[in-house]
Write a protein that binds this ligand. Structure first.
Ligand SMILES: Cc1cc2nc3c(=O)[nH]c(=O)nc-3n(C[C@H](O)[C@H](O)[C@H](O)COP(=O)(O)OP(=O)(O)OC[C@H]3O[C@@H](n4cnc5c(N)ncnc54)[C@H](O)[C@@H]3O)c2cc1C
Length: 376
């Protein structure tokens, strides 16, 4: 059967290409055949991915820039900290697409097709993937297309949305090489609003206006808020090199891991986007490692869900962002004032111990959390 493959990967975004790249680097493939399907060719820089990690990453595209100086700002509090074990990484999505596609294209196991997948259906041990008139079968399918998961998320009550520009200034504005992780220099009345800055050198940085709110803004509105934030940075004259706009659902929805026993959802579709932060890239890399390990052991798809206590914390914080957005700046201020960046990032990565979590929560304002607890 020429249309039969061992694995079909639907979607060649971050999750699909990470998995294909991982497979290409493993001893798993030998004479196996893998089909990759996407509606797009992935030839633009459509995203900037950031994440933190203790380990170096397998991609050259993630090694170009990284930072250890992070800062948090709110009112008179301006925390600047140097990470000791962790590094904050940045990946240009186009560089990542090129690197992973190069590796995949030079491996005879892979076939890539640009198609819109309409349906994935399992019958017995065979999965059929339909794309228009075309039909392909596989022993296992990895799906990252949200439209193809069995249970669809409802319209999210909240979005993390951002509008940013990579700019080049005339003066050495970014000479301290600090990533501004959260900068609450903007008024936070009805929605949560903060700035984010990623410096690439003394003159260049990605400056972003970020908001957590129930609705997305218009382009003109973003421009006003971006300029308002840019003013607080005293940038002087600058030129715009690139722009970025994006939205990530902040959803409590539990994405189904499996569509059926041989169809595994991966990436955002598999529930690997952290609801309160939007960070996904590192979760995807961890998932790829465990998928490959499970395939080596002939036990595909064995990976536990995130620990339920982290889902619980996310739910409480999402409730506060939705019901009492004006309290979020205060909560974040206490969080960053009373804990090291390394402890906070480890907690956000869901790798903290219960004792660490108790220490974190003891030093936060309790009332909004208790209110959410009793509202549930
Ligand atoms: C602008 C932006 C910035 C982000 N920044 C960060 C960050 O800094 N750090 C972080 O950790 N996370 C970040 N995220 C979140 C997350 O990492 C990304 O959304 C990531 O791309 C998710 O990977 P994915 O493979 O699940 O989805 P995608 O990368 O979106 O890939 C899904 C693929 O499926 C294809 N597809 C969809 N439907 C079909 C179909 N029917 N048939 C065929 N193909 C189909 C799409 O064309 C796409 O290529 C960001 C998200 C956005 C939107």
């Amino acid at each position: 059967m020429t249309n039969h493959y061992d694995y079909i990967i639907v979607g060649t975004g971050c999750a699909g290409l990470s998995l294909a790249f991982g497979l290409s680097q493993s001893d798993l493939l030998n004479d196996k055949r893998v089909l990759l399907l996407d509606t797009e060719t992935k030839s633009t820089n459509d995203k900037t991915w950031c994440f933190w990690s203790r380990e170096e990453q397998p991609y050259t595209s993630s090694q170009e820039v990284s930072w250890q100086n992070l800062s948090f700002k709110a009112d008179s509090l301006d925390i600047k900290e140097k990470l000791s074990e962790l590094k904050y990484f940045h990946v240009n999505s186009l560089a990542f697409y090129k690197e992973t596609l190069n590796s995949i294209n030079s491996n005879h196991s892979f076939t890539l097709k640009q198609l819109v997948v309409d349906q994935i259906e399992q019958s017995g041990d065979i999965v059929t993937v339909k794309a228009g008139q075309d039909e392909y079968t596989a022993s296992f399918v990895f799906n990252s297309a949200i439209s193809l998961i069995n249970q669809k998320p409802e319209k999210p009550a909240l979005w993390q949305h951002f509008y940013g520009k990579r700019i080049k200034t005339q003066d050495k504005v970014f000479k301290d090489n600090q990533v501004k992780l959260m900068d609450f220099s903007l008024p936070n009345a009805d929605t949560v609003q903060f700035g984010y800055v990623l410096p690439f050198n003394e003159y260049e940085a990605l400056v972003e206006y970020t908001e957590f709110s129930p609705s997305i803004r218009t382009e003109d509105d973003y421009e006003v808020h971006f300029k308002q934030y840019a003013t607080t940075l005293a940038l002087g004259k600058y030129e715009v090199l690139e722009s970025e706009k994006g939205q990530i659902p902040m959803s409590e929805f539990l994405f189904p891991r499996y569509n059926s026993s041989r169809v595994l959802n991966i990436g955002t579709s598999g529930g690997f986007t952290k609801p309160t932060t939007g960070y996904t890239f590192k979760n995807i890399q961890d998932d790829v490692k465990s998928i490959i390990k499970s395939l080596e052991n002939d036990l595909p798809f064995h990976r536990p869900y995130a620990k339920s206590r982290f889902r619980f914390y996310d739910r409480l914080l999402l409730g506060i962002i939705r019901d009492e957005p004006h309290k979020v700046k205060g909560i974040m201020t206490k969080l960053f004032k009373n804990n090291s960046m390394e402890r906070i990032l480890t907690f956000l990565d869901e790798r903290s111990t219960l004792l660490d979590e108790v220490k974190i929560f003891m030093r936060l304002p309790w009332a909004p959390f208790l209110k959410q607890l009793f509202l549930k």
